[in-house]
Design a protein. Structure first.
Length: 87
C-alpha cells in the first residue's frame, strides 16, 4: 500500500509469487515483472497468458505495452550508465 501511495518507485520481491499477490490485488493493468541481475533487460507482464481470450478480440494489450515501455526505459538507463551501449 505504501508503494501504491507513491512512497516508492519500485518494489522488490525475492520470489515471483510473493510480489505477484499484491500486484493482482491492487490492479494488474500496470504490473511489470523485471528480472534483475541478467546481462540483458528482461521484462514481462504480471499476469497469465489469457489463452481463453486468444482469438476472441477481447484481449487487452495494455499490460504488454507497459512492459515494453518499461524495458525501453531500462535500456535507456543502462545506455546512460554504460557509455551508450545497451545489451
Amino acid at each position: 500500500m505504501r508503494a501504491r501511495r507513491g512512497e516508492f518507485d519500485i518494489v522488490v520481491a525475492q520470489y515471483h509469487d510473493q510480489g505477484l499477490i499484491p500486484v493482482k490485488l491492487l490492479g494488474i493493468e500496470e504490473g511489470v515483472n523485471a528480472t534483475l541481475g541478467l546481462p540483458f533487460v528482461r521484462t514481462s507482464v504480471d499476469h497469465g497468458t489469457a489463452f481463453d481470450l486468444a482469438g476472441t478480440g477481447r484481449a487487452d494489450a495494455g499490460s504488454l505495452r507497459y512492459a515494453i515501455r518499461s524495458a525501453l526505459d531500462l535500456v535507456r538507463a543502462r545506455r546512460g550508465q554504460s557509455g551508450g551501449r545497451a545489451r
